[in-house]
Each structure stands twice: as C-alpha cells, then as structure tokens.
Design a binder for this molecule. Structure first.
Ligand code: NDP
Ligand code: 8X3
Length: 299
C-alpha cells in the first residue's frame, strides 16, 4: 500500500481504531535481511530464532563458528528454512579494520541491524580496573556497534528501508559500583544511539535501543571469567529475564508499522527496581503474599 493511502486509512478513515478489535498492522519481515551480532548465545541466539520464525533472512555473526553451524542447521530443520537464507559469518566484530570487507561478503542486504554482541569483564573498582579489559569492552560494545552502523546505514538510506536496534542495558541508564568500564560502554551506546536517531530522523530508518536488566545468559559467566558458581549467585532467589524475553522486545520494535519508531525499551525483571541496589530476592512467587502465588501467572 502506498504510504499516503496507508496514512489516510490509519488516521482518517478508520473510525474503529479505538475499538477492542483493532490491532496495529504489523510489519511483515518476510525476506528482510537481519544481521545479528553475538548470535552464538543468549539474547542474540534468541533473536535469531524469533526473526527466523517471522520469515526474515538472517546473517548470524559471532566468533564461535561451531555454534553458528549448529544454530543454522537447527533453525533450518525446525522452521523449514533454507540455508541460503539463514547464513552465518564467524567474525570477531572488535576487528574494526576487517568490518568493511566482511560487509562486502554478505549474500543479501542488511535491512535490520541488531548490534547485540557485547560483554562485561570484571567488577573491580576504578583504582584497580584492568585497562585491557576496559579496552575490550569499549571495542566490542561501542566501537564495533558504531562501525557496523556506519557501514550499513548508508545502504539502508539508499534502499529506503532499515532499522538499527542497539542492545544497551540498565547499565547504560544507571551506574553502579564495580561497573565503571561496562557502564562507560553502555552509556556510550545510549549517547550514540540517541544522536544517530536525530541524524536519521528525515529517513525511513528507525533507531531503537533495548535496555534490559538482569538476563540469565552466559553474560555473568563471561564477566567472572568462567566461574559458573559466582555467575549463578547473580540470579540467586530471583526470577531473572531470559534471552527470549529480550528477543521478544527486539522483534516487537522491528514489527511495528513503518511509521512507529520504538526509541527505547527499558525492561527489568519484576523484582528488580534498578541496576543493582533494589534487587529483591523473593523467589519464584515474585513476592506475592503467602497463598497467593498462583495468582502471579494470571490464574
Ligand atoms: P552472552 O554472553 O550470552 O552473549 C554475548 C554474545 O556476544 C555472544 O554471542 C558472543 O559470541 C558475542 N561476542 C562477544 N564478543 C564478541 C566479539 N568480539 N565478536 C563477535 N561477537 C562477540 O550475553 P548476552 O546475550 O546476555 O549479551 C548480549 C548483549 O546484551 C550484550 O551487549 C550485553 O551487554 C547485553 N545485556 C545483557 C544483559 C544480561 O544481564 N545478560 C543485560 C543487559 C544487556 P562469541 O563469544 O561466539 O563471539
Ligand atoms: C547487564 C546487566 O546489571 O550487570 O547489562 O549491568 S548488569
């Protein structure tokens, strides 16, 4: 439908749009090319599944090639998709000098860029933080995201469609002790994304940040250098988000009608009030009064 007609139908000729039966027309992602960085685990992997389920073509990126091989074959088998539409590249996105040539190898256009690859390293205070670790966080969380955005927005602009979805964090909204390197990187993501949204305001390209709180993925295991026991204490006696919850937010933003730009999705676990200082470890009933736990899920 032409945009003029679409707007007329949406805004003028649809007297029923306040009725309970009205649903927004969602964007059909069939054959849209979605590039997801950090698709080998956690939020990126969950995004791959949910975008594939919507009919999008995928370019899945990460360093662990064996995981990408398996993910490609699992998605194709489970969803009946063709391997030529669900492709992967083993690429370290922090190798900024390689990204231009990486982009030239892609078999189809990137219409939706999900800048998800990222990590936190350590919880040391500022006077003992490892500068090497900070550099790694800035390179992956910030520099690669900026470089990939620079590379792909040019084509999106020329083709007249596109969406950049940057995975930020509650850590980009609120700082906490022991987070200075990671906080710096995620505040940078937020600053960059808000600014680029202004740069692209005159185009059909939409720009979104998704800013989650606690999500139980490999994130904390990476942060604590593989110490799973330490990682598990982060999620002790609290029901955290899972990767699919965040992927659901990402796909929500991507599937809104073309004139709707979800600027930011800030999503926390129910028993989390902020990044670290209001985390109520009240267990599986989410803090419902004794005997009322079954009501939590809507029963
Ligand atoms: P995971 O550790 O499960 O996933 C991180 C992903 O990033 C992996 O696929 C990893 O792939 C990829 N990655 C890391 N470094 C590189 C690199 N140099 N090149 C390419 N890919 C890389 O964590 P999450 O899924 O939780 O994290 C995803 C994003 O969500 C991150 O940006 C994180 O900061 C953010 N986030 C996470 C939260 C949480 O509580 N879990 C909360 C808020 C935000 P590989 O190692 O194979 O390269
Ligand atoms: C990851 C969540 O709380 O460790 O972005 O910063 S947190």
């Amino acid at each position: 439908m032409k945009i003029e007609n679409f707007l007329r139908v949406q805004r003028i000729e649809r007297p029923d749009y306040n009725m309970p039966s009205w649903k927004p027309e969602t964007l059909d992602l069939t054959n849209w090319g979605v590039l997801i960085t950090g698709a080998t685990s956690g939020i990126g992997e969950a995004c791959a599944w949910q975008f594939a389920e919507k009919g999008a073509r995928l370019i899945m990126v990460g360093r662990r090639e064996e995981r990408l091989v398996k993910l490609q074959s699992d998605i194709c088998a489970e969803l009946g998709r063709d391997k030529k539409d669900i492709v992967f590249f083993a690429q370290d996105v922090s190798k900024i000098d390689e990204l231009e040539s990486f982009a030239k190898k892609l078999p189809f256009d990137c219409d939706i860029l999900v800048n998800n690859a990222g990590l936190a390293l350590g919880t040391d205070p500022v006077d003992s933080i490892s500068i090497d670790d900070v550099r790694k966080m800035i390179e992956v969380n910030v520099m690669s995201l900026i470089a990939l955005t620079r590379i792909f927005t040019e084509g999106m602009k020329a083709r007249g469609r596109g969406h950049v979805i940057n995975i930020s964090s509650v850590a980009g909204i609120q700082s906490y002790e022991g987070g200075c390197g990671y906080n710096a990187s995620k505040f940078a993501v937020k600053g960059f994304t808000d600014s680029m949204r202004m740069d692209l305001a005159g185009t059909p390209i939409r720009v979104t940040t998704v800013s989650p709180g606690m999500v139980n993925t490999e994130f904390s295991t990476v942060r604590f250098e593989g110490d799973k026991g330490k990682a598990d204490t982060v999620y002790n006696n609290i029901v955290p988000l899972v990767a699919a919850d965040v992927a659901d937010n990402v796909v929500y933003a991507a599937t809104r009608p073309a004139h709707v730009q979800v600027a930011d999705v800030y999503v926390l676990a129910t028993n989390q009030g902020d990044a670290k200082y209001t985390v109520k470890r009240v267990g599986e009933n989410l803090g419902a009064p004794e005997g009322m736990a079954s009501r939590v899920q809507g029963a």
